[in-house]
Design a protein around this ligand. Sequence first.
Ligand code: GYE
Length: 406
Amino acid sequence: MLSAGSCGRKRLILPAFLAAVLLLSGCGKGSGGADGPPDTLQDRGEETTELSSSLSGSGKEEETGGKEKPRTDFHMNEEPIAVNRGEQLTIGFSQIGAESDWRLASSASMEQVFTSDNGYNLIFSDAQQKQENQIKAIREFIGQDVDYIILDPMTEYGWDSSLQEARDAGIPVIIVDREVKVEDEDLYAVWAGSDFRLEGDRACAWLEAYLETLPAMKDQKIGIVDVQGTLDASAQIGRSEAVREAVKKHENWELLDVECGDFVQAKGREVMEQMLRDYGSRINVVYCENDNMAYGVLEALENAGMKAGGDLASGEVLVISFDAARQGLEKTLQGEIAVDTECNPLYGPILSRIIMALEQGDELPKRNYFEEKQFSSLGTVTETTVNGSAYPVVLLTEELIQNREY
Ligand code: GYE
């Protein structure tokens, strides 16, 4: 069955079987390794690595067994692009659409890297937010006999047959950003993307720490609404799970409502307007699953005469966001977004390195996570802890935004 992959249906609680699948497949909360990098990366019983450490150069990767320490100075776009000096390689890339700043940045990154000067011929296919278009694109890539297929899957399920067709045609598939859940993991070569559950956990850990700095809010009810991304997309699943679990751990936190905004600004505004009508000043925190929806949420708050900010005791509404795109960070600097957890869209360079490694016949870890940051201009929380691991909160400055690549 193809998933509509938008806001077609509302699901607050994961069906038990799906939760079990996610847990088994390592999508649940990581346990945090004693000798590994912060949380989730190596303790999922799978071969994983930080992209920054194992694939950062050309040439053969060292045998890391997924245990190598991640670099902490990592910045995706400064990582080298692997130029193909052999015969030109044709890459079919199925992109989801153009729904967000994040998505535009990821498309731009692909187009910058996979150029003919670098030895590639990129066939870019925009699915316009429809999974069936992505499946069609995969079939077209097979018909064109491309050398590699790169798929950023809109939703997690529904890929088995098209990926099987690619395999039958002998075309390696690389999954990027969101994940696929397929019966046979050999249907794709490598996945590279973000740890969405960890992003959500870090956002909730920040909220917990921030609320502790507000004595007036101690023991007060904290009304939270979740503006979700596209349903069944990995980014939605991980981020939504995180807030649901965090609410369970805090007696005074209440999840008032969960509505899908499909990762787009207009929809974010629309669902926020409705939630403001339904819950009004009971909403203290808006947990918004990407920046573009947060822009819409901020518009809705302003239109309702409400102020976004961190002063909950005087009625401000605290907005949490993800991606940390430039405009999101500007709003974070102004204090309208309280905390913005980074999600890195600049995956062109790493994909070129993955392809060159596959060309050389290197063994690659199946799952590869980006390292990410978290930004706030409310300087009271400088660090968060998730599963026993500490993560810094970057105090935002204008200069940081100026140097931002997306
Ligand atoms: O957060 C959102 C985009 O899959 C991580 O999709 C991506 C998400 C990102 O539209 O802005």
